[in-house]
Design a protein around this ligand. Sequence first.
Ligand code: CA
Length: 293
Amino acid sequence: MNAIPEVLSSHTCELGEGPVWDAGNNRLYWVDILNGILHWHNFSDHTNEALAIGQKIGSVALAGDGRLVAALETGFYFINIHQKCVSAIVTTEKEIEGNRFNDGKCDPAGRFWAGSMSMGDEPHAGKLYMLNTEHQVKERIADVGCSNGLAWSADFSTFYFIDSLSSEVVAYDYDMPSGEISNRRVIIRFTPEEGIPDGMTIDSEGALWIALWNGWRVNRYSPHDGKLLDQILLPVSLVTSCTFGGQDLTDLYITSAKTGLSDADLQMQPLAGSLFVVKNCGYKGELPFAFKE
Ligand code: CA
């Protein structure tokens, strides 16, 4: 693929992450986790807006009534971008001072799944949780190093998950009515040279798109045999996440980071932290699921 990533927003995030396509509002959300800022781009008039959240913001997903559901530093919240307010749903990890929430996404039944991680180097300190439609939190995976990419297969039978510290993508059988997962198996393993698997999305053919931290690219894989099918090279090393969007869901939006890069690194990759788009990338995605109550 001769994909040319363009810069959609030249604002450089410290840790840009979690792109979410909002078809109803013709808008793309993304977050700067470490600065606690929610960003969005309005495609109707090509403006960028931002909202300071007041704590670290791991991820957001669409919810009803013009709201977003969010995984912030201490737990689950609603964000209302019109009223510019944040309200707690459940502060699941408020007592765990060294942790923060990270990547999250809604499942096909409208529950919000998000995981946590240690802000230090505490191994296995994180967990993956599921906030159900009654606002109860259920633990889904324990002993997670750095909870990251999530995706569900189009037939809703399989859940894919990345714990970045394991350098693996795992698959589970997913039971949509209960939200239970079982039958864990490793489907892709990464070498240190390839980078660290971070955010993930799935396309209409069921292939997994994985952003590679320190890998300068997004790779497309078969979930059946783990085979590398395609790749998009980026002019930045810390590629964090990706999602499909645009009118036909054929544009791929890609977030990146600059945190921890040296001055010399930043001279080599001045676009680090930017939001990129590969228009008409040759593949089609799925609409994101929204939170239901
Ligand atoms: Ca991430």
